[in-house]
Design a protein around this ligand. Sequence first.
Ligand code: NAD
Ligand code: DAU
Length: 355
Amino acid sequence: MMTNFKKKILITGGAGFIGSHVIRLFVNKYPDYHIINLDKLTYAGNLANLKDIETKPNYTFVKGDIVDGNFMADLFNKHTIDGVIHLAAESHVDRSIANPMEFIMTNIVGTVNLLNAAKSSWKDNFSNKRFYHISTDEVYGSLSNEGFFTESTSYSPNSPYSASKASSDHLVRAYYHTYQLPIVISNCSNNYGSHQFPEKLIPLMIHNIKNNKPLPVYGKGENIRDWLFVEDHASAIDIIFHKGKVAETYNIGGNNELKNIDLIYLLCSLMDKKLHKPKDSSMKLITYVKDRAGHDLRYAIDSSKLQKELGWQPSLKFEEGLEKTVDWYLANEKWLNEVTSGAYQNYYTNQYEKR
Ligand code: NAD
Ligand code: DAU
C-alpha cells in the first residue's frame, strides 16, 4: 500500500450527488493523492454512492459536521491537508423554503469553519495550498428570456438556499482579500446524472413515471434551467482545482436550456420506450401543482471563460446524457428503492460501526 502520497485532498460532501462523482474521479485518476471524504451523512449523503471505490488505498471516509468548528480544527491537525474541494451543503431549494436555518448553519457557518480550519492549519503559509469552493448559478438570481450569467453578473439571490450560497461565496472571496487564502470558486448550472437524490426534478420524475405516480409540475412548467451532465461538472472541477487561477471565479454550464415541461415531455417519451408502455401514456401523469415560492424563471450560464482559459468542454450531448441517466435509474432499482424507503441510512452502521 502506498503511504507517501503526493497530496492530501479534503473533499467535503463526498457522499452526496456531485461529491460522489468528484470523489470517484479523483480516487481513480490520482492514485498518488490521498482523498479524504468528510461528510455528515444527512438525508442527502449516501455511502452506497461510493461502493465501487470505498476500499481503494488512497480513499478515507470521515463522518463529521462542518458546522462543528472544533471537529474541523482537529481534522486539519490530524492530517496535513494540501487542498480542499468544498461541496458539503444543504442543496434543495424547496427544503430551504420550508427550513432556512439548516441552510444558514451548513452553507454559511460550516463554510466559515472550514475556511478558519484551513487558514489556521496552513499558518498563513499558503504555498501549494488551495481552497476550492463549489457554488451555484442561483446566486445570480433569475434571468428574463434573454442574456446569460457571466462571472461579472451581480449577485441577486432569491431563495434562502441561493442567499446562503451567495453569502458563502462572499466569505470565501473575503478570505482571499483579507488573508490571501488561495481560493477559487466555480458557479455551476443544474446537474443531472446517476446517484441524484430523488427530490430533484429529473430523478423524481423518473421514479414517479416508473411507479405510475403523478408528475408534479410547479406553476406552468415554463421555468428554464441549463442542464449539465454531472460527470462533466466533475471534469470541470478537476481542471479548475489544478489549473484555475487563485481568486478567480469560473462559470460552468451545459449551454443546454430547457423549459421544465419540455424536459418532462422528453422524459415521458423516453420512459415509455424503455418500459415498453404505449406511446404517450406517461404524459397522462403530468399534474400541474402550486408554484414554488419565489420561483426563479430562467438560469443560463456563459461558460466561455472556462472553455477559453482552461480548455474545458462538456463531453456529452443532453439527449445522450439523459438516456444514460434513465438507464442508470432503471438498472439500479435497489439504489432507488433504498433511497426512497430510507434503508440507505443503515449503510454507515452496517459498513463502519458494526465492524
Ligand atoms: P447533495 O445534497 O446531493 O449532497 C450534499 C452532501 O453534503 C451530502 O452528502 C450531505 O450529507 C453533505 N452535508 C450536508 N450538510 C453537511 C454538514 N453540515 N457537514 C458535512 N457534510 C454535510 O448536493 P449536490 O447536489 O451534490 O451539491 C453539491 C454542491 O454543489 C453543493 O454545494 C451545491 O450547492 C453545489 N451545486 C449543486 C448543483 C446541482 O445541480 N445539484 C449545481 C450547482 C452547484
Ligand atoms: O442551478 C443550480 C441548482 O440546481 C443547484 O444549485 C441546486 O442545488 C439544485 O437543486 C438545482 O436547483 P433547482 O431548484 O433548479 O432544481 P430542482 O430539481 O429542485 O428543480 C428544477 C426545476 O423543476 C425548477 O424550476 C423547479 C421545477 N420542479 C422541481 C421539482 C422537484 C418541478 O416543477 N416539480 C418538482 O417536483
